[in-house]
Write a protein that binds this ligand. Structure first.
Ligand SMILES: O=C(O)C1=C[C@@H](OP(=O)(O)O)[C@@H](O)[C@H](O)C1
Ligand SMILES: C=C(OP(=O)(O)O)C(=O)O
Length: 431
């Protein structure tokens, strides 16, 4: 399905932020790793969270749900042996479960998205798990991947943090269950460091003890721990909401997004500060972000690694700012659903934006007068490209047609419903 985005000068109304994808996948996992029955209130419903739900069920968790909660009876440290797992296009789900699959005799992760997740590298996690005594077959570090585990060893473990924090998070979920104590050392730089804070927060809630150095480069993990069955409540999602806030920022707007905790550990909450730096009129109080956009924005410089999943939305806002914006330290955007630097900027240019790429930077020469539009956009299987290009389309001179926009469902299936509720002129059309 494609989406047709017709320029819309005004947005107004209130929406509830959808639930956080990253917390939902983590709570589902720790509930599955516990031996009793856990309850997760307000879980996200998206392709990625569904992928985690499907896989933990395949691995032996009992999953029951109604409109507001999921109740999970876990398998503890004994997942059911399965032959294959289908994680869809979900990177975090794949990486976390590659570690947990080390407790299984023989699991193959299939390759259902050869042009997206199928292109992403997992070598760093493969190396760490191999050093722990796990045998892994893989396609040059990529899917399909077969894990022959059984009894992985703890002890001294090294993992590179250069490409993705998900490799480290994966090891943090696995190592508490091992016989030995572990010491995890992160090699090179640790990208998306803030997301590791979310992993540690959830592990602590699940009763797991981890001793982390302040810079998250070294961890001591006691072995033989048990995940406790608990009740969790999922907070609102900043990465998805970032696109809604960017849409409000580039239009004449009066938009409130509820359920965005000021004290959240999600790095993408920085979108609020970045929009403020861009002089977008907004307030953030009691979990409500209220944007009263006037269409005027100032350029900004920002270290995007603090808010990796909101960078594309911020860049879309910067397309209409006065002056040149720079988003730096964003090289690992190249290893996501698509190359979020080259592929994304190609689509922005096609829409009429003036953008430049460096290996680890996105530079945007703002066009407050608007961009031309009137073209078709390739979604590159990437929900965040779809959301960000929609923001651009709202302020283009001619409509944009976004091909295969249904991939937005990876994280935010109701994105276009939310935009429509705010008055945006967006329509699904057969592709
Ligand atoms: O741990 C997680 O749930 C995630 C970590 C981040 O990835 P990287 O660590 O690869 O940057 C983020 O982009 C992704 O959406 C979710
Ligand atoms: C990169 C993302 O997710 P993942 O790495 O889990 O596929 C994302 O949600 O933007």
């Amino acid at each position: 399905m494609d989406v047709f985005v017709t320029p819309t000068p005004k947005l107004a109304g209130e929406i509830q932020a959808l639930s956080s994808k990253n917390y939902t996948t983590r709570y589902l996992l720790v509930a599955a790793l516990a031996e009793g029955t856990s309850t997760i209130y307000y879980p996200a419903h998206s392709e990625d969270s569904d992928a985690m739900r499907r896989c933990i069920r395949d691995l032996g968790a009992i999953v029951e749900e109604d409109d507001e909660k999921i109740v999970i009876t876990g398998f503890g440290r004994h997942p059911k042996p399965v032959d294959r797992l289908d994680v869809g296009n979900a990177g975090a789900v794949l990486r976390f479960l590659m570690a947990i699959a080390a407790l299984c005799p023989d699991v193959t992760f299939i390759n259902r998205y050869p042009d997206s997740l199928g292109k992403r590298p997992h070598d760093d996690l493969i190396d760490s798990l191999t050093s722990m005594g796990v045998t892994i077959e893989h396609n040059d570090g990529k899917l399909p991947i077969t894990i022959r585990g059984g009894a992985p060893r703890g002890g001294k473990i090294q993992v590179s943090g250069n490409i993705s924090s998900q490799f480290l998070s994966a090891l943090l979920f696995l190592t508490p269950l091992l016989e030995e104590d572990s010491e995890i050392e992160v090699l090179h730089d640790l990208k998306s460091k803030v997301v590791v804070g979310q992993t540690l927060e959830v592990l602590e809630q699940a009763g797991i003890v981890i001793h982390a150095d302040e810079d998250y480069m070294r961890f001591r993990v006691p072995g033989r721990q048990r995940y406790e069955a608990k009740t969790y409540s999922v907070q609102g999602d900043y990465p998805g909401s970032a696109a809604i806030l960017a849409a409000a920022a580039v239009t004449q707007s009066d938009v409130i997004v509820h359920r965005l905790e000021e004290k959240s550990k999600q790095g993408e909450r920085a979108v609020v500060d970045v929009l403020k730096m861009m002089e977008v009129p907004l307030t953030h109080e009691n979990g409500d972000v209220h944007v009263r956009g006037n269409g005027r924005l100032k350029a900004v410089e920002f270290d995007g690694d603090h808010a990796t999943d909101a960078v594309l939305a911020m860049v879309a806002a910067a397309v209409f700012a006065e002056g040149t914006s720079r988003f730096y330290n964003v090289e690992n955007l190249r290893y996501k659903e698509c190359d979020r630097i080259t592929d994304y900027l190609n689509e922005l240019r096609r829409a009429g934006a003036d953008v430049e790429e460096r290996q680890a930077e996105i530079i945007v020469h703002g066009r407050p007068e608007g961009v031309e539009g009137g073209v078709e956009i390739n979604a590159h299987y990437d929900h965040r490209v779809i959301m960000a290009l929609t923001v651009v389309g709202l302020r283009a001179k001619q409509p944009l047609r976004i091909r295969d926009a249904h991939h937005v469902a990876k994280s935010y299936p109701i994105y276009f419903d939310h935009l429509k509720a705010l008055g945006a002129n967006v329509e699904w059309i057969e592709g």
